[in-house]
Write a protein that binds this ligand. Structure first.
Ligand code: AMP
Ligand code: ZN
Length: 111
């Protein structure tokens, strides 16, 4: 298995895991871009949104990100959930992941 995030799910490489359920895992981004920067991933390996065949998987990732935002205390202030998809959007790890960003003012449009 060569996927970095699958290795984090399998506990083969360490990560700062902050939440987990049967379908999803949340851990802190190693290079945070905001005071709260958490990655929410499905435990099933799906390379990107382009290959996501089961829309329920996307719904679980979104709901889990929302729950982690509450857990992190940023739900009321506000937060952003971002899925970078493929090269032009800056995707570097090809295991679908949602960035949960919060704890600071977010600019719009994103860069
Ligand atoms: P993306 O560029 O959307 O594919 O996001 C990949 C994210 O994974 C980046 O924000 C990286 O900082 C993050 N990342 C890469 N390796 C690790 C790791 N070992 N633990 C936590 N986050 C990581
Ligand atoms: Zn994977």
């Amino acid at each position: 298995m060569s996927c970095l995030f699958c290795k984090i799910i399998a506990r083969e490489i360490p990560a700062a895991i902050i939440a987990e359920d049967a379908h999803c895992l949340a851990f802190r981004d190693i290079n945070p871009q905001a005071p709260t920067h958490v990655l929410v991933i499905p435990k099933e390996h799906v390379p990107s949104l382009n290959q996501m065949t089961d829309p329920a998987l996307g719904g679980r990732v979104l709901a889990f990100a929302r729950d982690v935002a509450k857990q992190e205390g940023i739900a009321e202030r506000g937060y952003r959930v971002v899925l970078n998809t493929n090269a032009e959007a800056g995707q570097t790890v090809f295991h679908l992941h949602a960035h949960l960003l919060g704890g600071r003012e977010q600019g719009w449009p994103p860069g």
